[in-house]
Write a protein that binds this ligand. Structure first.
Ligand SMILES: Nc1ncnc2c1ncn2[C@@H]1O[C@H](COP(=O)(O)OP(=O)(O)OP(=O)(O)O)[C@@H](O)[C@H]1O
Length: 450
């Protein structure tokens, strides 16, 4: 979008600020409205669609919810998720502005501002809006709908589309409930094998004896309970895709058996002397940390190389920013339909409460929390009180994959994120704990686009 078509609302309780910004912007944009009283924000945004809102962070305390700027930012985002918010703040409140960015503001400006800086910031946001509109928020294929407009998921989509049509073996890494199964299916559905079988086996759950009979099949009489021939999963997947889930949990002995089949591209059912040629595309997934996979006492290197021609790392939900909003809309409308309820709206604070939770169980946990909320709520407004998080998730979920990546940039990025989270976005305290200056921390925040 270009500047001259933009509609902008400026909210500040200082009349001089409003006048200055009105005079600056009026000749440049389509519509500029100024508002002194934040209590009128809702009425203003319901009446007119604004592309950008410039919002002061420091009103005289009108509401008692921490900071007023953050409070109004959350309200605007809930009511008008397409409107971008630029925060205006004093230099002393930079930590607050960073918190605002984390909560979804597009940018912030320091008072006193430079006119060129404001115009440049507005132009950048408008041009990003144009490219964001072109962004594919959802990856759809035959049976799979994967929601993800965050940069992290957009990267996954790009990689997925690149690798799907090839026959390359793919290893999908991600915490529990991040969507590894969906990605595996999407790889199959976007491949040349899409009309052939997609067979999933949870190999981590198979006992030693079941591992072989399940994967390779058996002949009648091969063992006591083998009353008839049974086709193995490799054979069933012939021509299509075999998805081995929880691959990180198989024993070294099972790894050898698997490796032999993958090298020879043949399986021999138990009790048979004849090998069967197999033509499969192999996709594996695990929630085990890369460090464990790299530990040769637990996982064979030659098998890792064979299954991991390309890896796709799915980020945990807590690193996916705005995806929570899109996913919540998706699940709530899905469950409204399932339980024959009318469409729902969200109470103020509903989405921000979700955004504050760190979702150790990832998308699956979000899905359950919202299903429960839809079932339990009265009426058609989902309220913050309808959100009940399970304490079980916290104790059962494996540690974050990204915190254990051995890439130096990842390690640095994760250290910064962990410390920022610990200090609730306070840059001074975080820089101190990291042993670097504030300026050095800002440079890194910029570098890692945090
Ligand atoms: N991006 C997404 N968009 C829509 N639904 C999603 C997304 N990611 C996950 N889901 C849903 O969340 C649930 C869990 O996803 P899935 O089973 O693919 O995760 P997983 O990583 O394979 O889990 P596990 O490690 O436990 O096997 C499923 O119901 C899936 O449909």
């Amino acid at each position: 979008m270009v500047l001259k078509n933009a509609s902008i609302l400026v909210i500040d309780d200082d009349a001089d600020v409003l006048t200055a910004l009105r005079l600056l912007l009026k000749p440049l944009v389509k519509n500029v409205v100024t508002e002194k009283n934040p209590n009128n924000i809702i009425a203003q945004i319901e009446k007119t669609h604004y592309n950008i809102i410039i919002l002061d962070m420091n009103f005289t305390a009108i509401v008692n919810t921490g900071n007023e700027g953050i409070f109004w930012l959350n309200k605007i985002q809930k009511l008008k998720p397409d409107t971008s918010v630029i925060l205006m703040t004093a230099y002393a409140d930079i930590d607050l502005a960073i918190r605002g960015l984390k909560e979804g503001a597009s940018d912030f400006l320091m008072k006193p501002w430079k006119n060129e800086k404001i115009i440049e910031t507005i132009k950048t946001i408008l041009s990003q809006k144009t490219s964001n509109n072109k962004k594919q928020k959802t990856l759809n294929s035959n049976t799979v709908e994967i929601i993800g407009e965050s940069d992290a998921m957009q990267d996954v989509f790009v990689k997925l589309k690149k690798v799907a049509p090839t026959d390359a073996n793919v290893l999908i890494l991600g915490e529990n409930g991040t969507g590894k199964d969906l990605i595996a299916r999407a790889l199959h559905e976007n491949s040349n094998r899409k009309d052939k079988p997609f067979i999933k086996v949870d190999v981590g759950a198979l006992t030693s004896s079941l591992f072989e009979s399940e994967l390779f099949g058996y002949k009648k009489g091969a063992f006591t309970d083998a009353h008839e021939d049974r086709e193995g999963r490799f054979e069933a997947a012939n021509g299509g895709t075999l998805f081995l889930d929880e691959i990180g949990n198989i024993t070294l002995g099972q790894q050898v058996r698997l490796l032999t089949v993958l090298q020879n591209r043949q399986v021999t059912p138990l009790g048979s002397n004849e090998s069967i040629d197999i033509d499969i595309r192999l996709i594996c997934a695990t929630n085990v940390e890369p460090k464990t996979l790299a530990d040769e006492s637990k996982f064979r290197k030659d098998l890792i190389y064979r299954i991991n021609t390309v890896d796709i790392i799915i980020p945990p939900l807590r690193r996916r920013g705005t995806d929570i909003t899109e996913l919540s809309r998706h699940f709530v409308s899905m469950y409204a339909e399932k339980y024959n309820k009318n469409p729902f709206t969200f109470d103020t604070g509903f989405i921000s409460k979700l955004k504050k939770h760190d979702f150790p169980g990832n998308v699956r946990e979000l899905q359950y929390v919202l299903e429960r909320a839809v079932i339990m709520t009265d009426g058609n407004v989902l309220k913050t009180d309808d959100l009940v998080f399970s304490s079980i998730e916290r104790s059962t979920t494996t540690k974050s994959i990204e915190t254990t990546s051995l890439n130096l940039d990842d390690i640095e990025k994760n250290a910064i994120l962990t410390v920022l989270e610990k200090h609730k976005g306070n840059v001074s305290k975080s820089a101190k704990e990291l042993g670097i200056t504030r300026a050095a921390l800002y440079r890194r925040l910029e570098k890692y686009e945090l």
